[in-house]
Design a protein around this ligand. Structure first.
Ligand SMILES: NC(=O)c1ccc[n+]([C@@H]2O[C@H](COP(=O)([O-])OP(=O)(O)OC[C@H]3O[C@@H](n4cnc5c(N)ncnc54)[C@H](O)[C@@H]3O)[C@@H](O)[C@H]2O)c1
Length: 277
């Protein structure tokens, strides 16, 4: 069932909108007649995107900074009057070794990938409710929100959090006419592998990337096109589909994880110490 209805004439705010998945979701929404505000923290990219797409607006903002995101929301309301669709998509990635990761890098990742989504929800929910026309949140998580990968623990932690947060958000907002989807792509061919260059520690990787990280880089380089992911995302949003998956081949790993959880549950089920719990 569609909660958002016709996209034409609605206003969409997309974070991480100057590259990759966010840019293509913005383009897709624009093509379907929405007013689109693309928000990103890299001014040169925003400028290039504006020149390329033409019929969108752009705003500089850092999703990790609530004041900056609030100012971007204000600019959007001043430009378009209302916001209906919010795509909390900006994110960064970081391969790391446990016990050898500067805490400032952890903080950086959590602030963008998790606090960025939280800031988006807290700032835009009242704005969407205020016009009474309903709306939609798409929060970009990842298959790393369902499956763990070696040396991607920090990224995985933030993406599991975005999945859980979105599941709860849906329960709270759907009865009020605001839909929620969580985008969980597998590998997508974008610039995500360069994101670690912006980490605050600035620690140089003078070592060869590990086998696990080489595998991730290769998988992203051979990933789906962001355009395809955007098309599917908008289709799922219109259909009111909550989990937006892109890689059927990863389903068996999700099932394997569920079976592991189930097996450990079985261990307590017939133990008298847990009876009545
Ligand atoms: N590419 C993949 O394989 C993949 C897979 C699963 C999930 N994702 C997720 O998709 C989302 C988009 O990533 P992408 O793959 O398109 O990468 P990308 O690097 O091409 O795009 C990310 C954009 O976010 C912007 N950004 C980063 N930090 C920001 C901040 N603090 N404030 C505002 N903008 C910021 C960047 O400038 C960039 O334009 C991320 O959340 C990522 O975790 C990507």
């Amino acid at each position: 069932m569609s909660i958002i209805g016709d996209i034409a004439g609605k206003t969409a705010f997309v974070t991480g909108g100057a590259s990759g998945i966010g840019l293509e979701i913005g383009r897709m929404l624009m093509e379907q007649g929405a007013n689109v505000m693309l928000a990103d923290m890299v001014p040169e990219r925003l400028k290039a995107v504006k020149a390329d797409l033409g019929n969108v607006e752009t705003v500089l903002c850092d999703v990790a900074d609530a004041c900056s995101l609030k100012a971007a929301a204000k600019t959007t309301i001043e430009t378009f009057g209302k916001v209906h669709i919010v795509v909390n998509n900006a994110g960064v990635s970081l391969g790391h070794t446990p016990g050898d990761t500067p805490l400032e890098d952890w903080q950086w990742l959590v602030d963008i990938n998790l606090m960025g989504v939280i800031n988006g929800i807290e700032i835009f929910t009242p704005l969407i409710k205020s016009h009474g026309e309903g709306g939609y949140f798409v929060n970009t998580a990842s298959m790393s929100g369902h499956l763990a990968t070696p040396q991607l623990g920090a990224y995985t932690a933030t993406k599991f959090a975005v999945v859980g947060l979105s599941e709860s958000l849906r329960m709270d907002l759907e009865p009020q006419g605001i839909g929620v989807s969580v985008l969980c792509p597998g590998w997508v061919k974008t610039d995500i592998n360069k994101a670690h260059e912006g980490r605050p520690s600035g620690v140089e990787d003078d070592e060869q990337p590990s086998e696990a990280m080489q595998m991730v880089t290769e998988a992203v380089d051979n990933g789906l096109s962001p355009r395809f992911v955007a098309e599917w995302t908008v289709e799922c949003m219109k259909a009111g589909r909550f989990y937006i998956f892109t890689h059927p081949s990863m389903r068996r790993w999700v099932q394997k994880r569920a079976a592991m959880v189930d097996a450990d549950y079985a261990a307590i089920e017939n133990d008298p110490r847990f009876q009545g719990r």
